[in-house]
Design a protein around this ligand. Structure first.
Ligand code: FAD
Length: 964
């Protein structure tokens, strides 16, 4: 860990170039960018169109790597697709050694009498302090300078330069003046550009708009810009020949808000630089390069060594800065030392808005919670990182969806959204543009206080009661006080800030399902579902900043060159520990609750990481939908008042909550939580004391709670299932395994004593009985002798097994089941055949073209036929922890291709992270059986790039040492 010589704020071109030139000059540089990508507005949409003016100077003065960025051109201009812009900037920053902190917004400075001593960065992990004596503000409107000078981000009238995309334009037309006039746009600003993608056209337009009040200015301008994009698209369709069938297919993630930069305040160590203007030219890039050289020179001046009395400048407030408010932020994956800043020390200095309800995050859950609360007449504030609302379901590109209980408010809001965007063209699905545009419009209609392009970074607390949110945007840090806060971040960020308990991933290894960063196919494809470029490049630990940064980096590289999502979308993040803890047992028993407020309905889908072995055997649904009733308590974090969670982060075991993450279900649940919050406001009560019967009655009327939410089906009779089991009925076996052991075991034992066989021994082993162990051992021995353990799975089986929990009745499935059951059986006889099978397993097998993940680019589901087999072996060996298995595990781990998946740099581009997970699971199991090869394999992971793997390795090796 080294000191930082220079911090550059803002990762647009100017900021990136300044950072790179400063590193070239020998400095240690950190670049802080508020978005999840570099390149600012120019990478926020489709293509950057660059004027050729100054081309000669550009080529004369700028380096080769920079020229690559601007190499795609026609006679008129350079065109760089947004994805490539981001990818090439990421590569250039990485190659030069700049440390980049994404999702980091500068919100203040610390200084002493001689100048800057550090910068305050708001991040999703909290507010952090980064010590440095030089800071360059490279943001478009010199945001940091404005904050420390106490001047608003925007005031008066500003020029907004906006862009969106239309598909299916029949020929380029003229006559845009009429549209400009009708919509009061700046004359000559409405321009269309054909793009590299064949049927896609970019529409640019500009207009003047009044900025709103401090802290709400940017979001107000962006909300209006999104609405205006819809208006421009509708007017073009109506008035311009060739546009009749065109549709608005994409909104920009940001607008460019021009305006005069301010003179930086006179603080030694703070400098401001120009960023690139709208419609910049190659000459401007050359100018930026020269400017970057000047920054490097300035930053190389001798840093003063001092530690005098420090002050903190946040907006108008300049207060004493006490370093006891800092605590080292522990993250061994981070290249720079940050300290967490305790926001409670400044909570009284913050300007605070008031609302009945504050919704944090406007994704699937939050968007609906916000609608419900506002439609109930409550004053609502919403905080959202992105400028477009809707989260994973809109900008995250998960726009269509399978599974989920789709009725209720999910459907009715979806239909309203589609109707709302009709004038701008046809749209399929309930997510994407319709949902984002509809939410954008509804917040204005309902008078919601909107803070988009803002993020929550702390909690306002009074004892254990959450009284509001600390948020950050271009105007700096501010507060929102509310009677009820709804944490809809999907990560339970607010619960974490408030000090609530939560869990992450698998209880043994912490592993979570893969995250995504989807782009669009560069060329049009027929099916709108396939308009996505599906990339699931890895796993991300939500509690570590370094992991979030790696997710952003890996999410970009190897991705589409076009329309990469502005956010990392995660299937699985933190799970709160709530008043009710949903268990897999609850699901299996079809439990009903008096305080049910939501339902979920889906097939098992945990992307290759089930924690419960029953899921691997097909016992969680066996490919069919499971209906889940969810009680209110799952959305209330234990020990905190005034806070609901309305997103996928609900409380429960991971395999149970993974049944509750489908879009339609999260949307319906979000609406229910919004109504519950409104009730708590009406009664001035805590979220725990609402009128449940009244809420449930409304939810029934809205279709959110169907009849089955209140009535459990009659569970199949255990005697019957057990009898069918004895006749080798696989479905009956799987159904029986779902039942509680104390009910099933006596029946099975009786049948076994009566001489019934079939699958009775399977079921007995599942419930951990010794009885039937000999038969199980014999079955496993037979399977090995007949070579069943070498039989390949049915085509598509890996895929289906992981995602849906199917069972196929083939030899592959049978052997997998026998392995798991042998692991669970307490009988000695199973050890020998299990060891034999392990020793006779060759490894993952050759890549198998038939094992097709649903689209060819998926990286989270390896195509190795015996991948699942090895996971099952790891499970069985870890259950047994028997030294007699160690030699076999040694052999397996020595097979070619089983080890060697340590992720030294990054795992993007292939399923290495999945194979690493399998390797570490095997190594862990082997080490627990006393295998030295297992210990060696674990040691290799001690410094792995993934925190999941290094933590598991460290813990397991520590465990092994203690055993000795
Ligand atoms: C790749 C992928 C594919 C999927 N496929 C399907 C599918 O086919 N079918 C299906 O039904 N479901 C699918 N899902 C699941 C479903 O989309 C999600 O579970 C659901 O969208 C989660 O909603 P949410 O509200 O919990 O989170 P999100 O929709 O992610 O919303 C969280 C919101 O909070 C914002 N936010 C986060 N932190 C902060 C902060 N600190 N301050 C302010 N704002 C913040 C985010 O920007 C975002 O807008 C998929 C999920 C993923 C990731």
């Amino acid at each position: 860990m080294t000191d930082t010589d220079l911090v550059v704020i803002g990762g647009g071109f100017a900021g990136c170039l300044a950072a790179i030139r400063a590193v070239d000059a020998g400095l240690r540089v950190v670049l802080a960018e508020k978005r999840e990508y570099p390149g600012r507005e120019f990478a926020a949409f489709n293509h950057t169109f660059v004027d050729l003016e100054g081309e000669e100077r550009f080529h004369r003065e700028c380096p080769q790597w920079l020229a690559r960025l601007f190499s795609m051109r026609d006679d008129q201009e350079v065109m760089v697709p947004d994805g490539l812009t981001r990818q090439w900037l990421i590569e250039a920053l990485e190659a030069s050694g700049v440390t980049v902190l994404y999702s980091a917004m500068a919100t203040g400075l610390t200084q002493d009498d001689k100048g800057v001593t550090g910068v305050l960065l708001a991040t999703p992990l909290g507010v952090m302090h980064l010590p440095t004596s030089r800071v360059v503000d490279a943001t478009e409107r010199h945001n940091l300078c404005r904050i420390v000078a106490g001047k608003p981000y925007a005031s008066g009238t500003v020029r907004v330069d906006a862009v969106f995309e239309m598909e299916n334009i029949q020929g380029l037309s003229a006559g845009f003046e009429a549209v400009e006039e009708k919509l009061s746009l700046i004359r000559g600003s409405l321009r269309i550009h054909p793009t590299i993608r064949k049927d896609t056209t970019v529409i640019e337009f500009s207009y003047m708009e009044k900025a709103g009040k401090p802290f709400a200015a940017r979001s107000g301008l962006e909300t209006r810009r999104i609405a205006r994009s819809g208006e421009v698209a509708a007017a073009l369709r109506e008035q311009i020949p060739g546009f009749e069938n065109a549709s608005l297919s994409h909104h920009a993630y940001d607008a460019l808000l021009s305006g005069e930069p301010i003179d930086p305040p006179e603080i030694t160590g703070l400098m401001a630089v120009h960023s690139l203007r709208w419609r910049f030219s190659l000459g401007d890039v050359a100018q930026s390069w020269e400017q970057a050289g000047a920054v490097a020179k300035w930053a190389c001046q001798d840093a003063v060594d001092r530690r005098g009395v420090e002050r903190l400048r946040i907006g108008a407030a300049v207060i004493p800065f006490d370093r006891t408010a800092l605590a080292i932020y522990e993250d061994d994956g981070l290249k720079v030392e940050l300290s967490r800043f305790d926001v409670s020390v400044i909570q009284h200095q913050l300007f605070a808005f008031e609302a009945d309800i504050c919704v944090v995050g406007s994704g699937s859950g939050g968007g609906m919670a916000m609608l419900a609360a506002a439609e109930s007449g409550k004053s609502v504030a919403v905080i959202e990182v992105n400028t477009l609302m809707g989260g994973t379901h809109t900008v995250g590109r998960v726009t269509g969806y399978y599974d989920g209980y789709r009725s209720g408010m999910n459907d009715s809001v979806g239909e309203k959204a589609k109707a709302f965007v009709q004038p701008t063209g046809k749209h399929e699905g309930h997510g994407g543009i319709p949902h984002a545009s509809y939410l954008n419009d509804r917040v204005v209609q309902l008078g919601v206080q909107v803070f988009t392009a803002s993020f929550a970074c702390g909690a306002l607390m009074e004892g254990t009661r959450l009284t509001g949110v600390v948020a950050a945007n271009e105007d700096g840090l501010f507060g929102i006080r509310a009677h009820v806060t709804i944490d809809a971040t999907g990560h339970a960020d607010m619960v974490a800030f408030a000090g609530g308990d939560y869990e992450i991933g698998d209880p043994e290894t912490g592993m979570v399902q893969s995250y995504s960063m989807w782009g669009a196919e560069l060329y049009p494809v027929q099916n709108h579902f396939m308009h996505r470029f599906l990339r699931d490049p890895g796993i991300c630990h939500p509690d570590l900043y370094s992991e979030r940064l790696r997710a952003i980096r890996d999410g970009h590289l190897g991705n589409s060159s076009f329309h990469i999502s502005p956010m990392v979308t995660v299937r699985e993040s933190r799970r709160i520990v709530g008043e009710h803890y949903l268990t897999v047992r609850d699901l299996l028993d079809d439990r009903v609750y008096d305080d049910v407020i939501a339902v979920a309905c889906t097939r098992a889908d945990s992307h290759a990481y089930t924690s419960s072995p029953l899921a691997r055997l097909g016992g969680l649904g066996a490919g069919k939908e499971i209906k889940v009733r969810i009680p209110l308590g799952c959305y209330i974090p234990k020990g905190i008042e005034g806070l609901f969670v309305a997103a996928k982060a609900l409380s429960g075991e991971r395999d149970a909550t993974s049944f509750c993450r489908m879009n339609a279900d999260v949307k319906n649940a979000g609406y229910a939580i919004g109504l519950a919050a409104a009730m708590a406001v009406d009664n001035r009560s805590d979220v725990r004391n609402i009128d449940l019967p009244a809420l449930q009655s409304t939810l029934k009327t809205l279709g959110i709670l169907p009849e089955w939410a209140f009535a459990a089906p009659v569970l199949p009779d255990i005697d019957q299932l057990a009898n069918k089991c004895s006749l080798e009925d696989e479905e009956a076996l799987i159904a029986l395994l779902r039942r509680p052991g104390h009910d099933a075991l006596p029946v099975l034992e009786r049948l076994y004593q009566e001489g019934k066989r079939g699958y009775v021994a399977h079921a007995l082993a599942w419930f951990g009985s010794d009885l039937g162990g000999e038969q199980l051992a014999a079955l496993l021995t037979d399977a090995i002798e007949q070579g069943q353990h070498r039989v390949l799975p049915n085509l598509n089986m890996n895929f289906a097994l992981f995602r849906w929990g199917h069972h196929y009745g083939d030899d592959y499935t049978l052997v997998n089941r026998l392995i798991v059951l042998a692991g669970r059986s307490g009988h000695e006889a199973t050890i020998g055949p299990l060891a034999r099978l392990i020793a006779d397993t060759e490894g993952f097998g050759d890549q198998h073209p038939g094992i097709a993940p649903y689209y060819t680019l998926r990286e989270d589901i390896p195509r190795y036929p015996f991948f699942t087999r090895l996971l099952n072996i790891a499970y069985a060996a870890a259950e047994k922890t028997d030294q007699r298995l160690a030699p076999a595990m040694d052999m397996l781990l020595s097979r070619p291709g089983v080890t060697g998946y340590v992720t030294e740099l990054h795992s993007a581009g292939h399923p290495q992270f999945m194979l690493a997970h399998a390797e570490i699971s095997l190594a862990r199991a082997a080490a627990r059986c006393g295998s030295s090869v297992g210990l060696k394999a674990l040691s290799a992971y001690l410094n792995d790039t993934h925190s999941f793997f290094r933590r598991t390795a460290r813990r397991e090796l520590g465990f092994a040492l203690r055993q000795e």
